[in-house]
Design a protein around this ligand. Sequence first.
Ligand SMILES: C[S@@+](CC[C@H](N)C(=O)[O-])C[C@H]1O[C@@H](n2cnc3c(N)ncnc32)[C@H](O)[C@@H]1O
Length: 236
Amino acid sequence: MDYPTLLARLGEGSAHPGGFQATKELIGQIGFARGTKVLEAGCGTGRTACYLAGLGCDVTAIDRNKDMLLKAIHRAKISGFPVRIVHADVSSLPFPDETFDVVFTESVTAFTQGSTAMREYLRVLKPQGVLYDRELAFARKLTAVQKKKLQSFYGLHHMRTVPEWLNLIGKSGFHHYSASHFVQIKQPTNDNDPLRVMDHELFTKPDVVAMMKQNERLMSTFSNVMGSIVITAWKV
Ligand SMILES: C[S@@+](CC[C@H](N)C(=O)[O-])C[C@H]1O[C@@H](n2cnc3c(N)ncnc32)[C@H](O)[C@@H]1O
């Protein structure tokens, strides 16, 4: 089993830096108007997608992981929010050009090659649309050995520093863009997702328990260099 599969089976949707609390804070700062057409790219178990729908946004949510999508469909059904949920990869979005006012994504682009996803976000945004992208960022360049450790465990494609993220977005065709300050990763707090659907049997499997321990070890080893930024980028 790989780490993304483990997260899906654990029903851990908010596995991005800062978790769901950070998501709610960011959404509060942005202040979406009712009816805003939002694409939530990499929706996981649909927690953010349902939250945005609850605020009156018109939400389409995609994910490439089918287990995650089933959990997102379940959440939307139980909570009664009209979220459109689609199986898709951010590198090839099944939507026409200029469909959305906003693309909202957290800890997804780093798992792709980068520029293709950015081009797709730009393509599906309407003129004056905005991308909000919270991504894992590194305080300094990692060595090849360090990169390999993180790459092989988490399936990360890139471990970019803040200037490297800005360089990527600068080359992606957005009209203007900015990045928030770098925030070091804190240990995730248990924010008690009432609609989490978890496969409890996993905890009885030694290989799964070993993976959880490895995650904790990596988090602790890299805690001083690993953090996140929020990129805001405008299409004009
Ligand atoms: C940190 S989670 C996002 C959590 C979500 N925003 C929430 O509120 O629960 C990242 C998600 O991105 C998905 N993902 C990763 N790479 C992807 C890709 N290339 N295309 C679509 N989804 C992807 C993963 O399956 C995972 O569910």
